[in-house]
Design a protein around this ligand. Structure first.
Ligand code: FES
Length: 101
């Protein structure tokens, strides 16, 4: 399985954090139960730039909002941000695993 290094976990004391991997913008997030994910910072509706505003992910073009932990759209049914799984290695480095889904 291909893995891409994101960086040392302690470099991301404040989450969500903006991360660029292979020229693609993501938000690095961590759920309440400690699961890290990369959420694509591009809106699935029409490609707006997804921003972190007042505790939620938000697209300023048509106001879709997304769940912090898993990227589910919270105001439009059956829509979500693409995401990539993230693994915390034993050496404390976060790596993206696999492809976007
Ligand atoms: S492009 Fe994001 S809501 Fe339309």
């Amino acid at each position: 399985m291909s893995e891409t290094i994101i960086g040392p976990a302690d470099q991301f004391a404040v989450l969500p954090a903006e991360v660029e991997l292979e020229g693609t913008p993501y938000w690095l997030t961590r759920s309440e139960d400690g699961v890290y994910r990369l959420l694509l910072a591009v809106c699935p509706h029409a490609g707006g730039e997804v921003r972190w505003t007042e505790g939620t992910f938000f697209c300023p073009l048509h106001f879709w909002t997304f769940d912090q932990a898993d990227g589910r759209c919270t105001n439009v049914e059956d829509e979500r941000l693409q995401c990539r799984d993230v693994r915390l290695r034993e050496d404390g480095v976060l790596v993206a695993t696999g492809e976007s889904y």
